[in-house]
Write a protein that binds this ligand. Structure first.
Ligand code: XBP
Ligand code: MG
Length: 236
């Protein structure tokens, strides 16, 4: 029996990547006079690696062999990422990002049905709280019994660790939960923890491999804006 919904954050609850995370990275690089500039297209390639610090490292390894690395590279990346997180949070406070279609409705219906709610994300906890409070409800962080986020696990998505963490905190078996994800890395993480998964695609992820998904839709749908099923089937 279904007991809980476990939501991904970036790309699932809201389109945070292109115009918020990406811009916050670029503004931080500019602040440090680094000639690193992540275009919309390049960012799509960089999303192959989850986690901001891991993504910066990947960018340097893959695209900037020319960059003269400082001896304390990991500490420098951590510092950049802290600044990026501060910028991202300020951005969200100044201009909240709208939730994707159906997110608010689904959460309200789940609460009404007595389903438990959790989050399993790669992004930092503060980013999740700011997004929930600004875009959903000032009290929304409390709607989620468990928020498993960021560096609490060593291996980020597509590793299953963050979903294992969420299951453990909920005290539930994987089959008592449903994960809602938007990306290939996300579904591999959730399925790696044996949690049935629904995918709601976005522009960055629609061509990814969602093998094993219960259902793939273009968004979660509103009465006046129905979703389209891209694969799988809805039986009610
Ligand atoms: C998405 C991510 C994150 C964000 C940036 O996480 O991979 O790295 O792009 O956030 P999810 P940070 O889809 O699991 O929510 O810079 O805080 O990592
Ligand atoms: Mg995501």
């Amino acid at each position: 029996e279904l007991k809980a919904l476990i939501f991904d954050v970036d790309g699932t609850l809201a389109e945070t990547e292109r115009d918020a995370h990406r811009v916050a990275f670029n503004e931080t690089f500019a602040e440090y006079h680094l000639d690193w500039d992540w275009s919309v297209e390049l960012y799509g390639e960089l999303l192959a690696v989850t986690g901001g610090k891991e993504r910066i490292k990947f960018y340097l390894d893959r695209y900037r062999p020319d960059y003269l690395r400082p001896s304390n590279l990991d500490a420098f990346i951590a510092e950049l990422h802290q600044k990026k997180t501060a910028r991202y949070n300020a951005m969200l406070v100044n201009q909240p990002i709208p939730l994707r279609p159906g997110v608010r409705r689904l959460l309200a219906e789940a609460r009404q049905e007595g389903l438990r709610l959790a989050i399993a994300t790669t992004t930092s906890l503060q980013n999740v709280i700011t997004l929930l409070e600004g875009s959903l409800d000032p009290a929304a962080a409390h709607w989620f019994e468990v928020i498993a986020a960021g560096d609490i696990v060593a291996a980020k998505k597509p590793a299953p660790d963050i979903y294992h963490q969420a299951l453990k905190a909920l005290g539930l078996k994987p089959t008592q939960c449903l994960a809602i994800e938007d990306s290939g890395n996300g579904i591999r993480s959730a399925l790696g923890a044996h949690i049935p998964t629904i995918i709601t695609v976005n522009d960055y992820t629609r061509h990814e491999d969602f093998t094993g998904a219960l259902l793939v839709v273009d968004h979660l749908g509103e009465p006046e804006q129905p979703f389209t099923v891209l694969s799988g089937n809805v039986d009610n």
